[in-house]
Ligand binder design. Structure first.
Ligand code: RAT
Ligand code: ZN
Length: 424
């Protein structure tokens, strides 16, 4: 019989620092809680490769300000390959690629063993052309050390819907589904005729059986995709309660379905949509949201979990305070414009100080498979830095730390807390 190993007590500052760094750099990510990735069976919906990587919408916004000789309209009129050539030239060759999104491209290329120093995009393209998507999914998951990712699944998407309808449940267990319901909550006037066309008896003014029919629609889709949460991106101006259809739809359709399924509702708040429409997908901005709306949601539905990320830096402290008051509120990730090292460090530090370990520290929001590598490689050392400081503060009081406890703490922050919330 094996005797259980004694927990390894860490008895010096340097030992603690070394172990925290090792654990943060090496721990598998149990689940990346929000991405826009798809499994290979979704075909073209799964974006990957050099041209996709450099035409990420974060880089489109950068190229349109860095090289104003090419207008947004002219940029979008180019082929994907020409867009990639233009971005590579303007953002990587004409100046140092110092921004976070540009650095990310280089981190990904380097991780695949490509020679970043050569600056030879044809060599990069050849590398991707010579691999299969299945091989590349394995390669990327291994390089990022990610076990599972949550997709963003929209039944209103005409390319995505038939795949679920024809092929049924996802079979690659690295890919979990999330039911995205922006169409219903943000643009009900557009969703209503579509739902009607699909045989749901819904009225624009929410009268009659509309709310139970929306519940039926959500339940049908939940049966089809088995979502780990229901999600929506809400504008910074989102108000709750309000006269907008979203209030009744949330209270009477979304929340009851989440309760029934035992999954969280994941509102993501703070976008200002298309402040520059010419930039298309790259044209959204940020606004501070009203934290009271979120507080009221959590208070009105104490038996449902809210899995929340906010886009504005100015909202982050309020979010932590709200989470202290509402145990059913779990903050996650450093979203989009906050996914920059200085802001990640600030937010992670503040969250640890106010919430201990009861949040999910990061998600990747990847749209392109290859980004999984850089989003996590850039995050891990920041987590190590913050946690090292915190553990050393504990050590200074005489508190004893073990490697096992640090591993458990890091696992929780990297997504274990999300799995616990689901009871998995
Ligand atoms: O981060 C992004 O790529 C944004 O464009 C959005 O997709 C956002 O993350 C969202 O999920 O709405
Ligand atoms: Zn997203």
């Amino acid at each position: 019989m094996r005797t259980p190993q004694a927990p390894s007590v860490l008895d010096s500052r340097s030992e603690i620092a070394n172990q925290v760094e090792r654990v943060c750099l090496e721990a598998p990510i149990p689940v990346d809680v929000h991405t826009h990735l798809y499994s290979p069976r979704f075909g073209d919906l799964l974006l990957w490769g050099f041209d996709e990587l450099v035409t990420y919408h974060y880089l489109i916004a950068e190229v349109c300000r860095t090289n104003r000789a090419v207008s947004p309209d002219a940029y979008y009129a180019l082929s994907k390959r020409e867009q990639a050539d233009h971005i590579w030239r303007s953002l990587f060759l004409d100046e140092s690629p110092i921004s976070e999104a540009r650095r990310g491209v280089l981190t990904a290329l380097q991780a695949f063993g490509l020679d970043v120093e050569s600056r030879d995009l044809e060599q990069y393209r050849e590398f991707f052309a010579s691999t299969t998507v299945e091989e590349h999914v394995d390669r990327v998951f291994a390089a990022a050390n990610v076990e599972k990712v949550v997709m963003t699944n929209d039944p209103f998407d005409d390319q995505e819907r038939p795949i679920w309808e024809q092929q049924g449940l996802e079979t690659d267990d690295r890919f979990l589904a999330a039911l995205r319901i922006d169409k219903i909550l943000v643009t009900w006037h557009e969703a209503q005729p579509v739902l009607s066309g699909w045989g749901y008896d819904v009225a624009a003014d929410l009268s009659g059986d509309t709310l139970s029919e929306v519940r039926r629609f959500l339940t049908d889709w939940a049966g089809r995709i088995h979502p780990v949460y229901l999600a929506v991106s809400l504008a910074s101006s989102f108000a709750y309660p309000s006269d907008d259809p979203s209030t009744l739809l949330i209270d009477e359709a979304v929340i009851p379905v989440c309760r029934e399924l035992g999954v969280p509702f994941a509102p993501m708040l703070g976008v200002k949509r298309l402040i520059n429409p010419a930039l298309q997908l790259a044209g959204d901005g940020v606004g501070k949201c009203d934290i009271a709306a979120l507080e009221r949601l959590c208070a009105n539905h104490a038996d449902v979990s809210f899995f929340v990320t906010l886009l504005s830096r100015e909202n982050q402290h309020e979010l932590c305070v709200a989470a202290r008051k509402f145990p059913n509120l779990m903050p996650f990730g450093c979203w989009w414009f906050l996914n920059d090292p200085s802001l990640i460090e600030e937010m992670t530090r503040m969250r640890v100080e106010l919430l201990g370990l009861s949040f999910v520290a990061q998600h990747s929001d990847c749209r392109i498979l290859d980004q999984l590598v850089y989003k996590w490689r850039h995050f891990r050392p920041i987590l190590a830095k913050v946690l090292t400081d915190k553990y050393l503060d504990l050590f200074a009081t005489g508190w004893q730390l073990t490697t096992e406890q640090i591993e458990a703490d890091v696992h929780a922050l990297l997504g274990g807390n999300f799995l616990d919330m689901l009871g998995r």
